[in-house]
Design a protein. Structure first.
Length: 421
C-alpha cells in the first residue's frame, strides 16, 4: 500500500429538512440569500439536530452527517460500518458526487466507480450488453476501452446467457453481478461499494471479495466498502470507520472497530420485557451467565436463561433461536415448548436453559436472536441480536497450541434445552 493520499474528506456535513418532498421553501431561500449578502453563516445550519432516528425532536432540520474527517491512502481498503441510519450511504453518495455536502469538501485523486444501489445507472429497456457501455460511459470510459474489457466483464458477471436480454427482466442478483463487473473491470482508481453485495449469492460474494482484494493489493486501487456482514469487513478491510448518528465514533484497525460495534450497538447481556398477551407465546426475559463485560472463557460452558409465557396453547407456535457470529447466522433451531414438556400447554410462565457446550465455538463476537413464530408464517415477535457476548482464549493459553485453536466454527453446535430448576 502506498502512502499517497488519494481521497481526503475534510469537515464534511450534510443537512436535510424533514417532512417535505423538497429541502427548501421560498422564505428559507430568501433568508439564506440575505445571510449570504451580509457575509453571514447560513442561519439554518445552527438549528440542525443530531441524526438519531429513534428520538423525536423539535427541529425539522437534521444532520445526516456532521464533521466527518478522514484520509484514504492509495491501495487501502476501508470499511465503513454502523447501524441503519448512521449515515453510511449518505457519505458514499457524497464521495461519489451523487449529492453534495452542506459544508466541507472532498478531494479525490482519480476516477471514482460506485455501486450504491441495485441497478443504479442501468436503463431497464436496454440489454445487459448495452448497459455495460452506458455504465462505462458514465464512469468516464471510452467506447474502445469498454470493448477491450467486454468479454472479461461478461464472464465475471456470469450473465452471458442473458447479456442480450433487457435488464428489466433481470433479477436483483443478476443486476448486482453485472454492475459490480462493470465497476471492477473498468478500472476506476477509487471503487465505492455499498451494501449491494448482500443481494448476491454466496458464490458471487466470494468472487466479488476476491476481486476487490486483487484490485487493491495487486493493482494499487482504493476500495471503500460498506456492509453489515462483519466477516466480509474483517476479511477485506485493513482499517474501518465506525459511524454513529452521522458522526465518526472511531477509526482504527478493523478488528478493534468491529468488536466495538458488535459489543456497543445492541441490548447486550440481558433483556427483559412485559408479557405480550396478544400472541400465543411471548418471551419475557433473556439472561446470560454472569461474566466480566460480556466476555467469556472459550473453554467454559455458557448458559442462556430463557423465560417465556404461554398465553394460549397453539401446537404450531414455537421459538426460533439463532446464533450469529459477526452478524452471520451460524446455527438456528426451532423450539416447540409443547413437545418438550406437557406443562407448557397450560397458560403460565416457564423457564428454560440453553447450554452452549465448550469445544465447539471459535473465539469471537456472538449474538443470539429469538423469534416467536409459526413455520412458514411471519413471526409474532422478533428479537434481533438481543444479547451479545465475546468468547476469548484465556491469556495463559493464547500463546500455546490447544484444542481451542481447531474449533470447527460454523458446524457442530450442540444446543441442549432443559428445564431450569
Amino acid at each position: 500500500m502506498s502512502n499517497k493520499v488519494v481521497l481526503k474528506v475534510e469537515n464534511v456535513s450534510k443537512q436535510y429538512r424533514l417532512g417535505l418532498v423538497g429541502t427548501r421553501t421560498l422564505s428559507h431561500d430568501i433568508n439564506r440569500w440575505w445571510a449570504f449578502l451580509r457575509g453571514k453563516e447560513d442561519p439554518y445550519l445552527k438549528i440542525g439536530e443530531t441524526n438519531d432516528r429513534a428520538l423525536k425532536r423539535s427541529s425539522d432540520y437534521v444532520w445526516s452527517l456532521r464533521g466527518i474527517n478522514f484520509d484514504v491512502a492509495q491501495g487501502e481498503v476501508i470499511g465503513i460500518i454502523g447501524k441503519n441510519g448512521a449515515g453510511k450511504s449518505t457519505l458514499l453518495k457524497i464521495l461519489s458526487r451523487v449529492t453534495g455536502p452542506t459544508t466541507g469538501r472532498v478531494m479525490a485523486n482519480g476516477r471514482i466507480g460506485a455501486l450504491l444501489e441495485v441497478g443504479t445507472g442501468f436503463h431497464p429497456e436496454l440489454t445487459g450488453r448495452e448497459n455495460i457501455f452506458l455504465n462505462g460511459a458514465i464512469l468516464g470510459m471510452k467506447k474502445l476501452e469498454i470493448a477491450l474489457k467486454l468479454d472479461e466483464i461478461i464472464d465475471f458477471s456470469g450473465c452471458e446467457r442473458y447479456i442480450d436480454t433487457p435488464v428489466k427482466r433481470y433479477s436483483s442478483g443478476m443486476k448486482v453481478r453485472l454492475a459490480f463487473a462493470v465497476a471492477a473491470f473498468l478500472e476506476p482508481e477509487i471503487l465505492i461499494v455499498d451494501e449491494v453485495l448482500a443481494v448476491g449469492d454466496a458464490e458471487f460474494q466470494k468472487k466479488a471479495i476476491g476481486k476487490m482484494q486483487d484490485v487493491s493489493r495487486g493493482e494499487g486501487r482504493t476500495v471503500l466498502f460498506v456492509s453489515h456482514n462483519m466477516s466480509a469487513i474483517k476479511e477485506l478491510c485493513t482499517r474501518s470507520i465506525l459511524l454513529e448518528n452521522g458522526m465518526v465514533s472511531n477509526i482504527g484497525f478493523t478488528g478493534d472497530i468491529v468488536n466495538e460495534y458488535l459489543l456497543n450497538n445492541r441490548l447486550s447481556f440481558s433483556f427483559r420485557k412485559l408479557n405480550d398477551t396478544s400472541i400465543p407465546l411471548s418471551i419475557t426475559e433473556i439472561m446470560l451467565d454472569e461474566g466480566d463485560l460480556r466476555q467469556f472463557d472459550i473453554n467454559r460452558e455458557l448458559r442462556v436463561y430463557l423465560n417465556y409465557a404461554v398465553n394460549e396453547y397453539d401446537n404450531r407456535s414455537g421459538i426460533v433461536i439463532r446464533l450469529n457470529k459477526d452478524e452471520v447466522c451460524v446455527y438456528s433451531s426451532f423450539y416447540h415448548p409443547s413437545n418438550n414438556s406437557t406443562f407448557d400447554k397450560a397458560p403460565g410462565m416457564y423457564s428454560r436453559v440453553i447450554n452452549l457446550n465448550p469445544g465447539f465455538l471459535k473465539e469471537g463476537n456472538y449474538s443470539l436472536s429469538f423469534y416467536v413464530s409459526i413455520p412458514r408464517m411471519s413471526p409474532f415477535e422478533v428479537l434481533e441480536s438481543i444479547v451479545s457476548f465475546n468468547l476469548v482464549i484465556p491469556f495463559d493459553q493464547s500463546s500455546v497450541s490447544s484444542f481451542s485453536s481447531t474449533r470447527i466454527g460454523t458446524v457442530g453446535y450442540d444446543v441442549l434445552f432443559e428445564v431450569r430448576k
